[in-house]
Every structure is written in C-alpha cells, then in structure tokens.
Design a protein around this ligand. Structure first.
Ligand SMILES: NC(=O)c1ccc[n+]([C@@H]2O[C@H](COP(=O)([O-])OP(=O)(O)OC[C@H]3O[C@@H](n4cnc5c(N)ncnc54)[C@H](OP(=O)(O)O)[C@@H]3O)[C@@H](O)[C@H]2O)c1
Length: 285
C-alpha cells in the first residue's frame, strides 16, 4: 500500500494516512464495534503502516475508552508510533452531559487534568502531540492565549512534545502561532466542506500539518454524483475518492479517517494508491 510520509512537528515521521480512534467508542453517539474488533482494527492499522493515531481521553462512553483500547492493543508502543490527543473540550467523555458552565476543560486546572488523564490512560510519560481544542466551547472560560500558555508550561515540564490547535479560525491560528510553535491544525474539512481552504494553504506555507476531521463525512457519509462518477472510473469507493482528493489537495494534509470496520480500514488505507487524474480533480471542483 502506498502511504507517503510527512514530518509532523518537523521531527515525527508519519505516514500520511493515519487512523482516528473516536469511532471505536461510540462517543458521542453511535455504535461501537465489539471489543475484540476494536483491538484488531488498531493492530491491523499498525501492521499496515499506520503510525499516526488520533484520540482523546474523552473519547469514552459506556466503559469503552479509546485510550484504553489503544493501550491494550498496542502497548508497548512501536518506537515510531505517534499518538495525537486533544484537551480543552472536555476531560472525561461523560462531561458532555454537563451544563455549559460546568464544562471547564479550558481552565488551567481542566487543561492539566486533561493532559494528566491522557498520560495515565495511554500509559506514557510524554504525549507526542496535544491539540488544544477550541471551537464550539464557551470562550469566556479561558482565552486561546491563556490556554496555550498553560499547555506551554506543561510542555516545559516535559509532559508534551508538540502542540496543535483544533477548531480554530484563521485569526486564532495566527494568534496561536505568535505564542507557541504549532505542529498541526485539526479542523473540519473534506471534499464537500472546504471553508478551511485558506487555512490549509497557510499551514502548507508554514510547514504545519493540516489534519481534517470528518475526512469521509463524519456522521453524514459523503454522497454526490460527481464523487460517484470519479469512483466508478477508478473502480474505487466514494470514501476512497474523498481521501485521495485530500491527499492530492496539499502535501501537508494528514488523514485520520475513523472506522469501526476492518474492511473499511483496509479500504481507507488503499486510498493511498489511488491517484486522481487532472480530469478527476476538475470534476471534483
Ligand atoms: N477535533 C475535533 O473536534 C474532532 C471532531 C470529530 C472527530 N475528530 C477526530 O477525527 C477522526 C475522524 O473523524 P470521524 O471518524 O468523526 O469522521 P470520518 O472519518 O469522516 O467518518 C467516520 C465515519 O465514516 C464511516 N466510514 C469510514 N470509512 C469508511 C469506508 N471506507 N466506507 C464506508 N464508511 C466508512 C465510519 O463508519 P464505519 O465504522 O462503518 O466504517 C464512520 O461512521 C475521529 O476519529 C477523531 O479522532 C476530531
């Protein structure tokens, strides 16, 4: 399988197609795969060359936690495995039910608890990359600047290697870059949702990885006649075309498609070998 590489944070050599672990838990909604299937997916991903896994301590529902599964399936971790986690939104998965004023993941205490919970559940002394997730949170709790300062301090303590940001605007990314080196941006982006085009380009120019979430549509599978037409021409599937489009869009884009299916995992990784033609790209717009 073709899986090109990118130096995340300048020093973590990752395959461009990675894996997002949220779907293994059924958090925040939906079905989780059986425990054995979840472990098999993680192990198969690594076997097939995945060395970039996206997760969070708060991907956890009904006693099924992504970090626990990752640890159980893969610890002791291969030397080149990069686990990217996120803090800021919530600390525990069940925090999603808290009223807005109770969601304190962005306070200095919440950020520290988030980092410590990730260290503990993953069973590591240092987190490879921590994304500060902003987005839909109540910004009155804490500013992006103050939150990043807190994470920088945790990095100085040796608990974090690289920092990233998630669910940020272009202005917030610029603000973040003035405060700390930013290794990656994780925002919503896919072939049908391209609001972030300018951010992708800013990141490409700055050597920052852009890691789209919902690369194959997230909770709403991508469907469009032009996607189906391109897929049919290549004997591929629509998710494969969506992933191949992202790979072609910019070399700094790293993929973390999520799946609770071994067959879909293999299909997604095979998208690395799908090279879209100029005609395909023109049709996809
Ligand atoms: N920073 C943030 O705010 C944020 C938000 C959301 C997600 N994330 C991260 O981004 C990762 C990716 O996002 P996501 O998992 O929500 O969205 P996604 O990768 O676009 O879509 C996952 C969904 O697509 C289905 N799927 C995947 N591959 C498929 C295939 N080849 N054929 C048919 N269906 C397929 C999966 O169902 P099956 O299980 O049936 O394959 C699942 O329902 C997550 O795992 C998480 O790590 C971050």
């Amino acid at each position: 399988m073709t899986n090109e590489r990118w130096a995340l944070g300048g020093d973590l050599n990752v395959a461009r197609i990675g894996y997002g672990a949220m779907k293994l838990t059924g958090w925040p909604r939906g079905e989780a795969p059986a425990h054995d299937t979840a472990l098999a997916i993680l192990r198969r991903a690594v076997e097939l060359g995945v060395n970039h896994i996206d997760t969070s301590n708060y991907y956890s529902r009904g006693g099924v936690a992504a970090n626990e599964l990752i640890r159980q399936a893969l610890h002791p971790y291969p030397d080149d495995l990069v686990i990217v986690t996120k803090v800021g939104a919530l600390v525990e998965g069940s925090d999603i039910a808290l009223p807005a004023e109770g969601k304190n993941g962005l306070t200095p205490d919440g950020l520290r608890r988030g980092v410590e919970a990730n260290l503990r559940s993953l069973g590591v002394d240092r987190l490879d990359v921590v994304n500060l997730r902003m987005g839909d949170l109540d910004r009155s709790q804490a500013s992006l600047a103050a939150s990043l300062e807190t994470l920088l301090a945790l990095r100085e303590e040796g608990l974090i290697r690289h920092l990233g940001v998630s669910n940020v605007t272009a202005e917030e990314l610029a603000q973040a870059r003035a405060i700390a080196p930013i290794a990656c941006v994780q925002n919503l982006y896919n072939v049908s949702r391209r609001d972030d085009d300018p951010i992708v380009d800013v990141c490409a120019e700055a050597g920052i990885a852009y890691v789209p979430y919902f690369p194959v549509g997230g909770f709403q599978p991508l469907t469009a006649r032009h996607l189906e037409a391109v897929a049919a021409r290549h004997g591929a599937t629509v998710p494969q075309v969506a992933l191949a489009w992202l790979l072609a869009r910019s070399p700094n884009i790293l993929l973390i498609p999520g799946t609770g299916s071994l067959a879909h995992l293999e299909e997604n990784l095979a998208a690395g070998a799908l090279k879209l033609t100029a005609e395909d790209l023109a049709e996809l717009g």
